[in-house]
Write a protein that binds this ligand. Structure first.
Ligand code: ADE
Length: 225
């Protein structure tokens, strides 16, 4: 699976992909992440990629030309299954969307800045618009990193224990049960007795019950879906 991420702030995306699971996925050749600087596709001397909005209003708008040049250049090298624009007015990211996208091959992700991007970029090139939640960030880079992380960890072979993505919160529509590790008692706070019992069937039933309980308490909306 390959991700081509287009941004005016490529440095912002260096660290998120250089550690832990995402780094390992790239080293194993299971995921390839290439970050492109949109300014490399600006045609003016100043390398600017934004301009004032038609019709007036505050803030600058990212222009179509640099995006079009970059996207069309990448499209000469490979076919893309999705061209995703990160935006607060897109569909809200959830586990189901991450699962769907983890079956794709090549994806482009566009990061916006300033007031936004020229609508024609969205109309002409973008196949999917994704938000990471109902709040506004300064740019699409952190959302792109979050989306990429959510997808890559689902690629078979990326997690050492393949079942661990399947047992994530949300994967079965429920939140996770509480988890514990040593010591069994800390300052009088004990781990639930059942987890020390060695009785797998009982532990499994306890976890199911805890998942249901937690979901009822914290996210009843998930049970109605
Ligand atoms: N860009 C700015 N805010 C965003 C959000 N909440 N989701 C996706 N992209 C964004």
């Amino acid at each position: 699976m390959r991700f081509d991420i287009i941004t005016v702030l490529p440095d912002l995306l260096t660290s998120p992909f250089a550690h832990s699971i995402l780094q390992r996925a790239q080293k194993k050749g299971l995921a390839e992440i290439v970050v492109h600087n949109l300014r490399d596709y600006a045609s003016n001397k100043q390398k600017s990629v934004d301009d004032y909005p038609y019709g007036g209003g505050s803030g600058m708008v990212m222009q179509i030309e640099p995006f079009a040049k970059c996207i069309e250049h990448l499209q000469t090298e490979r076919k893309y299954d999705e061209i995703i624009f990160m935006t607060p007015d897109g569909e809200t990211l959830n586990q189901e969307i991450a699962n769907t996208l983890s079956t794709r091959g090549n994806m482009m992700i566009l990061c916006g800045h300033y007031k936004g991007i020229d609508q024609r970029i969205r109309d002409i090139f973008v196949t999917r618009e994704i938000s990471i939640g109902d709040y506004v960030l300064s740019g699409g880079e952190l959302p792109a990193a979050i989306l990429t992380d959510a997808i890559i960890r689902l690629i078979p072979g990326v997690l050492s224990d393949e079942t661990s993505a399947l047992s994530d919160s949300f994967q079965d529509g429920l939140l996770d049960a509480p988890i514990y590790t040593r010591p069994a008692e800390w300052n009088g706070h004990k781990v639930p007795e059942i987890l020390l019992s060695g009785n797998e069937a009982k532990i499994s039933a306890w976890r199911d019950e805890q998942q249901l309980q937690r979901t009822k308490e914290r996210r009843p909306d998930l049970l109605n879906e």
